[in-house]
Design a protein around this ligand. Structure first.
Ligand SMILES: Nc1ncnc2c1ncn2[C@@H]1O[C@H](COP(=O)(O)OP(=O)(O)OP(=O)(O)O)[C@@H](O)[C@H]1O
Length: 230
């Protein structure tokens, strides 16, 4: 599988946030998007996930096993089949329990859900411990794990995450990173926005989003140099 994102542009009224975003990624790789607050990371991820509309550009998918491919920006049905999205804010219904939220996302009903809890993604994300609790009463890390569980319910090949580890403790960040690395090992593609060193070093490739364009950046452990480049 290969994705090719080309010439994405986006303006909010007269403010041009994305000028020309172009990059590609292959199966088994994770792409980290870094950049200062307000540089446009969430806007870019929202466009790729279908939550926002681009003014121009393409998001092409090449996958021999799929009977249909094409520009995911204009193919919402195909996109919802192949792309999972974890936005910065929780997409969960706070009044419901974790289990009831998951039931809304897992298409196969209780059997699929039980299976995923026993030996699948929900076990990897360790959500059993708080399955019957109301989302309202969960910590940020617990909510993030459930949100990822919901985003991958349809077994997408591409997972887009907006700052997955923000404000989480080191253990929780690691649970999520381990899951994402397993997702890539199984042939998936991860695209994430991040301000976290732990996440940045885990990515196969990183880019800095600045002045509306992406520039490749290789983090060598020197935080001062990274801050200067942002
Ligand atoms: N709906 C909107 N209408 C107008 N301007 C917007 C809108 N959404 C975002 N912006 C502006 O677009 C720019 C990019 O915002 P965006 O949220 O994509 O940045 P970001 O890099 O994700 O920031 P952060 O790191 O703080 O999450 C900012 O200047 C923001 O104020």
């Amino acid at each position: 599988m290969k994705i090719q994102i080309s010439h994405i542009r986006k303006s909010y009224r007269h403010k041009e946030v994305l000028k020309d975003i172009t990059f590609s990624a292959f199966s088994g790789t994770s792409i980290g998007i870094l950049g200062e607050n307000g540089c446009g990371k969430s806007t870019l991820l929202g466009i790729l996930a279908g939550a926002l509309k681009a003014d121009e550009g393409e998001f092409l998918l090449e996958e021999p096993s799929l009977s249909e491919t094409g520009d995911l920006l204009h193919r919402p049905a195909l996109r919802s089949h192949v792309v999972g999205y974890v936005p910065q804010t929780t997409p969960l219904l706070e009044e419901l329990s974790v289990k009831d939220n998951l039931r809304l996302w897992y298409p196969g009903g209780s059997d699929t859900l039980s299976q995923e809890l026993k030996s699948g993604v929900l076990r990897d994300l360790q959500v059993h411990d708080f399955l019957n609790r109301q989302v309202l009463k969960l910590s940020g890390g617990m909510k993030k794990r459930v949100s990822i569980g919901c985003a991958v319910a349809n077994h997408p090949q591409i997972l887009i995450l907006d700052e997955p580890g923000a404000a989480l403790d080191l253990v929780c960040k690691q649970v999520i990173l381990d899951y994402l690395q397993g997702f890539c090992r199984q042939g998936g593609i991860v695209i994430m926005a991040s301000h976290e060193i732990q996440e940045i070093v885990s990515c196969s490739r990183t880019f800095i989003l600045k002045d509306g364009t992406l520039k490749p950046y290789t983090f060598d452990g020197d935080i001062g140099k990274l801050v200067h480049a942002l």
